[in-house]
Design a protein around this ligand. Structure first.
Ligand code: PMP
Length: 284
């Protein structure tokens, strides 16, 4: 497998990460996961924009432009012959003695990208999933795709231990998002999701779903849902790069609506699939 390390392609066994890398010691960096369908990236522009923004928000100065990075990532999937899968990319503030303060300008950010396996969660997309509700204990800059994922990791694990596919996080009475996905509730034909502010990650899939809603006459309201309101939802679903659109049929031990995937969710799944194929055609 070829790995992109600071602009150079290396074999996996040639790459080693320094134990004083700030990503390793502080989680001091940001990342992206980009889906590859049929040999092409999906929503590369949006992922690259978010990556550049995340880096800027934590004051990491990237050594490559978005265009250069995109070119290198394209070469990466060609070299590795990735047909369907994903690419993980991360940048850290670099390697230096362990101190909280930023290092000087002589320390350069370390950027790594490599393919990771990824396939459609077909069963979940068909049947729907269960969520486990819990308090959102993360920091107040969830809009940054930070390497520091402890709050997310702990939530995902707790959800798993409670036989749920994903966590549903809430800050007090307000629902925010999943541990690695955005959440939506449907009520009387309107789709509700948390506004894209500092309390959630503005998912690339979320942006694509918002586009689909606009173009297809579906109403999407960026309004906070309340924990109390979950029991009155007709439908619910989550989205993410790797999940795409997955229906939610159960939250804790409560059925959502009729307890089966609803028509609005099904329509969005269909539109999303169509969009994947259309983007392929544009690129191809
Ligand atoms: N929220 C969180 C906390 C996430 O980790 C993810 C996955 N990256 C998402 C939302 C969904 O984002 P995207 O659609 O860009 O994968």
């Amino acid at each position: 497998m070829y790995i992109l390390l600071n602009g150079e392609f290396k074999q996996k066994n040639e790459v080693s990460i320094d134990f004083e890398d700030r990503g390793y010691q502080f989680g001091d960096g940001v990342y992206e996961v980009i889906r590859v369908y049929n040999g092409s990236y999906f929503a590369m522009k949006e992922h690259m924009e978010r990556f550049v923004r995340s880096a800027k928000e934590i004051k990491i100065v990237l050594m490559h432009s978005a265009e250069e990075l995109t070119g290198m990532l394209n070469e990466l999937i060609q070299k590795n012959q990735v047909h369907d899968g994903a690419v993980y990319m991360q940048v850290t503030r670099g390697v230096t003695g362990r101190k909280h303060l930023f290092p000087g300008k002589d320390v350069t950010p370390q950027i790594v990208a490599y393919p990771i396996p990824c396939s459609k969660p077909v069963k979940e997309q068909e049947k729907g999933i269960k969520l486990y509700l819990m308090e959102d204990i993360r920091w107040l800059r969830c809009d940054i795709k930070s390497l520091n994922l402890l709050g997310n990791v702990l939530a995902k694990q707790e959800a798993y231990e409670n036989k749920a596919y994903e966590a549903l996080l809430h800050r007090g009475e307000h629902i925010t998002e999943g541990s690695s996905s955005n959440f939506y509730g449907v009520k009387n034909g309107t789709i509700y999701t948390h506004p894209a502010n500092h309390l959630i990650l503005n998912g690339v899939t979320r942006m694509k779903v918002a586009d689909l809603c606009r173009k297809n006459g579906l109403t999407l309201a960026e309004e906070m849902l309340k924990v109390d309101g979950l029991k009155t939802l007709d439908e619910a679903f989550i989205t993410s790069t790797t999940s795409e659109v997955i229906p939610v049929t159960e939250i804790d031990s409560m059925k959502v609506g009729k307890g089966v995937p609803g028509p609005v969710t099904r329509e969005l799944q269909r539109l999303f699939e169509e969009m994947i194929h259309n983007e392929e055609k544009v690129i191809g």
